[in-house]
Design a protein around this ligand. Structure first.
Ligand code: DGT
Ligand code: CA
Ligand code: CA
Ligand code: ZN
Length: 575
């Protein structure tokens, strides 16, 4: 069991206790423990199961919590949680996921309107009854309705990185079975979509059916949804991610990959095009309608080419112009992970990161990078111990020295400077001017009117030292939508001011999203792709940023950190 899962169970229970109006001490200790566990570097399960170790040695974990953690290890839940769940069914937890409603509001809704589900809540808002409760108003009604809409869109979806981990785990196990030729993921995962509904895995080879058995009998399989000779579907892991595995003959591999990669919209157009050419396309192959002659199927590329298209990278298969481009020979030459020469957004122990500058530099050098920018937070993020002017200037000096002393790669001094509520930078221009690379980011006051937020961002783009607009929409996948603002205007101004838009590769953000990357490119913007790493392992998330850039049709030259060191440095100086 992952630390995140322990943390989730504790948070959940604390939430329900708060709904129940229980005393604050217990609740705080659960929440505190959840955050300690979530960021603990070792697996809590290993510590709990090791008779030589004591969980109570971890700061923030007392005797009571140690017992709770042991119980979770043994049976995946604990008494207190079961008690709370008996009192407030799963629907209360569901309601807690609606943004804008805290436990206290939910308690009120239970009490006054006996709300038991998201549907109930929606009805109460539509009937304007929410505003009759203490401290709630018409504005909150609107906000809750918007939150419900976004909740329904994300319900039952998973982060790309999480889906990828499960796909890798299962693929590895299938590959190890005998008689397996190929194991590949299709579906939204292969298209690199930021969230994934379910996994679609294709297996070929004489022993392919063994993969279906393995899936169905897997110790982590929670429930079997169906099993036939060619297909098995299960709910996998505690998170109950649905996994569909299909066993197919070797000669259908390409057709199956094409069919199950989708998107549905892309496939509809391709199939229609096939029919116009007297052909039928399905998961088994491409065949002539007239006499059922097979013309392609083993190889995806052959299928596209036989139909008059260049092979289309999966990230583009959304029926948003890629089919026309593939016919005209105007598909972009998409950026690849190997094009990346450096990472331009990361944090260290100086603020809320876990590693030192040298540790980050060493880890980045091990990835083959030529340079990094270290960009800790600025003082407005007091909780993160953000840098003030004095520390900024001192940091710039220190980095110049460290580069002379010999680091494993070139380090640029940077800052993730807060964009204040009025659009000013959190740090004076003089201090910012000492740095090599300044990112400006919004971390507070998300609830502004669209016009205000647009003005705030436009003003930030006036800052003379600003090089990059960090995580430009502020979205948190499955948690918080973008703050509303006029994206076209902001992108236009960024292009004019030659300020890059960041593609933040953190799997919880992937911000900008692909469709906005593409829109910004049309406006003439350039980009950076960076991990926002808070520990060395996060540097590996670069792949998700590159995937998102590909979904935005970017080529290597659109992205500043594909430049080799001399060109990158020259570009910084030109600014
Ligand atoms: P997801 O799982 O919601 O993130 O999105 P996808 O795209 O992986 O969708 P999924 O798992 O329902 O199906 C995978 C692909 O298989 C889909 O992109 C296209 C193809 N496919 C599945 N069912 C159908 C269908 O009923 N009609 C058509 N045209 N295509 C289908
Ligand atoms: Ca899927
Ligand atoms: Ca599926
Ligand atoms: Zn940030």
């Amino acid at each position: 069991m992952e630390n995140k899962e322990f943390a989730r169970l504790l948070q959940e229970t604390a939430d329900l206790m708060e709904v129940a109006g229980e005393d604050g001490f217990r609740i705080r200790s659960y929440r505190n423990a959840a955050s300690v566990i979530a960021s603990h570097s070792e697996r809590i399960q290993d510590v709990v199961c090791d008779p030589e170790r004591k969980v109570t040695d971890i700061p923030g974990i007392g005797k009571g919590l140690a017992a709770v953690l042991t119980e979770i290890c043994q049976r995946g839940s604990f008494d207190r949680r079961d008690e709370m769940l008996a009192r407030y069914p799963a629907s209360a937890l569901e309601l807690l996921k609606i943004q804008g409603l805290g436990p206290k509001s939910i308690a009120l809704l239970y009490e006054h309107y006996n709300i038991r589900s998201v549907d109930d809540l929606e009805r109460i808002c539509r009937e304007h009854k929410l505003r009759t409760l203490p401290r709630m108003g018409a504005k909150l009604e609107e906000k809750v309705l918007r939150s419900i809409e976004s909740y329904r869109k994300t319900e039952g979806r998973f982060l790309l990185s999480f889906a990828q981990r499960i796909a890798d785990e299962l693929s590895g196990e299938f590959q190890a079975l005998t008689g397996i030729e190929r194991v590949q993921s299709a579906g939204s995962l292969r298209r690199g979509k930021e969230t994934v509904g379910d996994l679609d895995i294709i297996v070929t080879g004489p022993g392919a059916a063994a993969a279906l058995d393995r899936l169905v009998q897997h110790p982590k399989t929670q429930e079997v949804l169906g099993q036939g000779p060619n297909k098995a579907s299960v709910q996998f892991g505690l998170e109950r991610l649905q996994v569909d595995v299909r066993a197919l003959p070797h000669e259908s591999f390409g057709a199956a990959m094409q069919y199950f990669t989708g998107s549905k919209e892309h496939n509809v157009v391709l199939r229609t095009s096939a029919v116009r050419q007297g052909l039928t396309l399905n998961e088994y192959g491409l065949v002539t309608i007239e006499d059922n002659q097979r013309v392609a199927g083993e190889n995806e590329k052959e299928i596209y080419e036989r139909l008059g298209y260049a092979w289309i990278p999966p990230e583009l298969r959304e029926n948003s112009g890629e089919l026309e481009a593939a016919q005209n020979g105007t598909l972009p030459k998409l950026i690849e992970i190997g094009d990346i020469c450096g990472d331009l957004h990361m944090h260290t122990v100086a603020t809320d990161g876990r590693a030192t500058l040298r540790e980050m530099a060493e880890a980045a050098a091990a990835l083959g990078y030529q340079y990094i920018a270290v960009t800790d937070h600025s003082k407005a993020l007091a909780m993160a111990n953000g840098l003030d002017e004095e520390r900024v200037v001192e940091f710039a000096r220190e980095v110049r020295e460290l580069n002379r002393d010999g680091l494993p790669l070139r380090v640029f001094s940077g800052l993730e400077c807060d964009i204040l509520v009025d659009g000013r930078m959190d740090i004076s221009d003089d201090a910012l001017a000492e740095l090599d690379l300044v990112i400006g980011s919004v971390h507070s006051y998300f609830d502004m009117e669209p016009q205000e937020m647009t003005d705030r961002l436009l003003r930030a783009l006036e800052s003379p030292s600003l090089r990059v607009l960090g995580h430009p929409t502020g979205r948190r996948l499955l948690q918080r939508e973008s703050y509303p603002f006029d994206f076209e205007r902001v992108a236009g101004k960024a292009a004019e001011r030659k300020i890059c838009l960041e593609i933040n590769a953190s799997p919880e953000r992937l911000d900008l999203p692909g469709h906005l990357v593409r829109a910004a490119k049309r406006k003439g913007c350039r980009f950076t792709i960076s991990t926002d790493a808070h520990r060395t392992s996060h540097l590996h998330n670069m792949r998700y940023g590159v995937t998102t850039a590909r979904r935005g049709w970017l080529e290597a030259q659109d992205v500043l950190n594909t430049y080799p060191l001399p060109e990158f440095e020259a570009a910084l100086r030109r600014h």
